[in-house]
Design a protein around this ligand. Structure first.
Ligand SMILES: Cc1cc2nc3c(=O)[nH]c(=O)nc-3n(C[C@H](O)[C@H](O)[C@H](O)COP(=O)(O)O)c2cc1C
Length: 377
């Protein structure tokens, strides 16, 4: 067997992994195949649990276990507006009509039937998902957009599950540490996907602190290990994160653009072709602020001035459009979550190659290869 080079941190010791590389849970992207490959490569693969029923989640966990005996994680989003989801009574009919009026313009372009009536909101899946994770004693529970709180963390700890949570401010990092968490993911504003806020902020840029500024602040504020997220796609990023005091990284966009990810071809292709300024922070795709590739959907919706429905109501209202964008390969109407690191990504490797390359590059930077412009006396 090939001997792997060593790059260990206390995050590796905590999670029982070889390399301080976490692959983020990503809805529709991080399925059992991707997760098991990352874990087999020495990192921590994290399964996306969003919008899966308890039975689907149990099945996906079984598939991961069939493919790897290494530690892995399962991710759930625990924001206040999903626990429980915003009820239909709080979604006025005239708002829903105004949303569908704009969406119907996109439907016309895609030859889809117009939608007249109200469309349903998200089901309340969090309680059954939590029960499955507790029953299954998964190695790591990964939380996005929320604070699980002391009692839930204690329940997981009693079953031997480590708990990590992603935050975007120092204040939230302190709050999740106070709940007894094992590690914190500091999510910078460059990150793809949803901003990890407990509550939706009034404007997009609230709490979108850059990774370079956020990570050392979080490292100074908490005692538990910190993983840096947002804008990291190669070994230079890992080395920089370690220099900032982080004990590892969590990468999303880089793992989305791999052969094993479940992301549709149209999404992978758009990421490969995108430059670093191709993304936008918007709530028009799901109801919560998230970073995605700017396209006709995000631009035209924003220009229309139409209201935005609550979290996931908005995503479900536009679900037929997102599906058509995939089947018709029309990237301009897709929900193409991605981070600014898309500008660093131009190939579609396998997961093992990504992990090997990131570790090799980081080791080179950390052991000898300072840029030529730097001289040390
Ligand atoms: C396609 C996509 C889907 C995502 N879905 C989730 C999710 O379901 N849960 C979660 O906690 N974070 C999710 N994220 C955010 C990541 O956890 C992470 O913050 C981000 O990917 C890090 O930045 P990077 O994309 O520059 O690596 C998603 C990110 C992307 C790109």
């Amino acid at each position: 067997m090939k001997v792997r080079p060593v790059l260990r941190t206390r995050l590796c010791d905590l999670l029982g992994i070889d390399y301080p590389i976490l692959q983020s849970g990503m809805g529709g992207v991080a399925g059992p195949g991707l997760v098991a490959e990352v874990s087999n490569a020495g990192g921590l693969g994290i399964l996306a649990g969003l919008l899966l029923t308890g039975e689907q989640l149990r099945q996906a966990i079984a598939e991961v276990r069939a493919r790897t005996d290494r530690p892995f994680g399962v991710n759930l989003l625990l924001p206040d507006d999903l626990r429980p989801p915003v009820p239909a009574a709080q979604v006025p009919a005239d708002r829903m009509r105004a949303v569908h009026a704009v969406l119907n313009e996109f439907r016309r372009d895609l030859d889809l039937e117009p939608v007249a009536g109200p469309t349903p909101g998200p089901p309340d899946l969090v309680p059954e998902a939590l029960q499955v994770l507790l029953d299954e004693r998964v190695p790591v529970f990964s939380v996005g957009l929320g604070n699980p709180g002391r009692d839930l963390v204690a329940d997981f700890h009693r079953r031997g599950t480590k708990v990590i949570a992603m935050v975007s401010t120092v204040e939230d990092a302190r709050a999740v540490e106070a709940a007894g968490l094992d590690a914190v993911v500091a999510q910078g504003g460059e990150a793809g996907g949803h901003r990890s806020h407990f509550t939706k902020p009034p404007v997009a840029e609230a709490g979108a602190i850059g990774t370079m500024a956020l990570v050392p602040q979080v490292v100074d504020a908490v005692r538990v290990p910190v993983a840096a997220a947002g804008g990291i796609a190669d070994g230079r990023g890992l080395a920089a994160a370690l220099a900032l005091g982080a004990s590892g990284v969590l990468m999303g966009t880089r793992f989305l653009a791999t052969r094993e990810s479940m992301a549709p071809e149209v999404h992978k292709k758009a990421v490969l072709e995108a430059g670093g300024d191709a993304t936008t922070l918007t709530d028009v795709l799901s109801g919560r602020y998230a970073r995605a590739l700017r396209n006709a959907f995000t631009e035209r919706y924003a220009r229309s001035g139409a209201p935005v429905l609550p979290f996931l109501w908005q995503a479900l209202a536009a679900g037929d459009i997102y599906r058509a964008a995939v089947t018709q390969k029309r990237a301009e109407y897709g929900a193409l979550w991605a981070g600014q690191s898309a500008g660093l990504i131009g190939s579609l490797p396998g997961v093992a190659e990504v992990v090997e390359q990131v570790i090799g590059e980081a080791r080179a930077v950390l052991t000898r290869e300072l840029p030529r412009s730097v001289r040390l006396g």
